[in-house]
Design a protein around this ligand. Structure first.
Ligand code: ADP
Ligand code: X15
Length: 397
């Protein structure tokens, strides 16, 4: 169990509390489509505000890589955040410097301010001491409530904890407690389902995961990368061809550890990435060069269901297809509803996480029946691997 200070240990009245939260939520046309991450940080924010802190929220959005990209602004999140907290939330157009300092100076005790995307600065992902210093100047204490970004050793998730008195927020505490309770000694067989689009940042963790789980279903963009590594032509699908060697190494390791790998055998393909695009089901060996795989096909769905039937524990991060655009949500919805039914019947313990995964499970009407829904995707899988998360470790001093 982690040994860090929590906000119960902090004297916050009249202090500027820099609170790292995860607001990397799904947004379509400027509208937040799933508020799970927002809802989960409310207790920490309300608690600090009620105790008279000046609450200054730090967060990233997307992967702008140090550029001020308008589509990665946190501004559209202000209104849903204020609604969830039930209090006004001010916004500053920068996370450091004059703009941030003036906005903080204008706060009264109990006020809440959101600073613009920390990833507008290259120093964030590099954990650059200069950015850490510039951020530290803005606060008297630091609270990390972003468990879902705790696998990143970034300025606002790791560096700051060494510069200011550091505390874990309520969600950070709750996630670690809930994951420990659900998965500390998981009932076997353990099935992991890993899909989604963040192939390059998640593929490495599969190498450890195949030593921890009995069955691994690989779906979504991740599956395309594995199929391509095996010589399958995936056409214009989301695929990271330069990771072929990594994929091969993981498949070899899975053989050694006797972890069963389930890859799609058929796919729903289309030529346009849009709702209602003309589509057809083909074998993964027959994807035309000008088409993309946007979902798993019916035979693949049956294979996922068969894997769920064998398992006693399921951990899931990453949708099996481009579930935001119908009809390419079928595999994700079918697997989610099947797992939810098995959980309800008492046959399976289910833990799922990740910004888009939770959104997909809500879309499928399955989230409420899962044993535990984490806000975290990559962070929760790294926790599952047994890795020390830099954001958590830094809180331990
Ligand atoms: N075959 C596919 N082609 C393109 N995008 C896909 C495919 N399968 C899944 N995705 C996309 O993956 C995204 C979610 O991936 P990721 O960010 O890794 O998940 P999470 O946020 O749950 O950790 C979704 O936006 C979904 O549309
Ligand atoms: O959405 C997140 O992670 P997730 O996709 O694993 O759930 C976190 O905000 C971390 O984002 P990042 O993977 O761009 O560092």
């Amino acid at each position: 169990m982690s040994s860090f200070k929590t906000i119960d240990d902090a004297d916050v009245a009249g202090k500027r509390a820099l609170v790292r939260v995860d607001l990397n939520v799904p947004i379509e046309n400027g509208v937040v489509t799933d508020t799970t991450r927002i809802d989960r940080i409310v207790p920490t924010i309300r608690d600090l505000a009620d105790k008279g802190a000046k609450v200054v929220l730090l967060a990233h959005f997307g992967r702008p890589k140090g550029e001020r990209k308008a589509e990665d602004s946190l501004k559209p999140i202000v209104a849903p955040l204020a609604k969830a907290i039930g209090k006004p939330v001010a916004f500053a157009d920068d996370c450091i410097g004059d703009v941030a300092e003036k906005a903080i100076a204008a706060l009264s005790n109990g006020d809440i301010l959101l600073l613009e995307n920390t990833r507008y600065y290259k120093g964030e992902e590099k954990n650059d001491p200069a950015l850490v210093d510039a951020l530290a100047k803005l606060g008297d204490l630091y609270v990390n409530d972003a468990f879902s970004a705790a696998h990143r050793a970034h300025a606002s998730t790791e560096g700051l904890a060494h510069k200011l008195p550091a505390y874990a927020g309520r969600t950070m505490q709750a996630e670690l407690t809930a994951l420990g309770a659900a998965l500390g000694t998981p009932k076997r067989p353990v099935l992991a389902v890993v899909g989604g689009a963040k192939v390059s940042t998640k593929i490495d963790l599969l190498e450890n995961l195949v030593a921890k789980v009995d069955i691994l279903v690989i779906g979504g963009g991740m599956a395309n990368t594995f199929l391509a590594a095996q010589g399958v032509n995936v056409g214009k699908s989301l695929c990271e061809h330069d990771l072929a060697d990594t994929a091969k190494r993981i498949l070899a390791k899975a053989k050694e550890t006797k972890c069963e790998i389930v890859l799609p055998v058929d796919a729903v393909i289309a030529r346009e990435f849009k709702a209602g695009a003309a589509n057809e089901v083909v074998s993964v060996n027959a994807v035309p060069a000008d088409a993309m795989i946007l979902d798993a096909g019916p035979k693949s769905i049956d294979a996922v269901k068969a894997a769920i039937d064998k398992a006693k524990t399921l951990v899931w991060n990453g949708p099996l297809g481009a579930f935001e655009i119908e009809p390419f949500d079928k595999a994700t919805v079918a697997a989610a509803q099947y797992a939810a039914a098995a959980t309800k019947a008492g046959k399976l313990l289910t833990v799922a996480g990740g910004g888009d995964t939770v959104s997909a499970l809500n879309h499928a009407g399955a989230a409420d029946d899962f044993t535990y829904i984490s806000t975290a995707g990559g962070a929760f899988l790294e926790w599952m691997e047994g890795k020390e998360l830099p954001g958590v470790k830094a809180l331990e001093g």
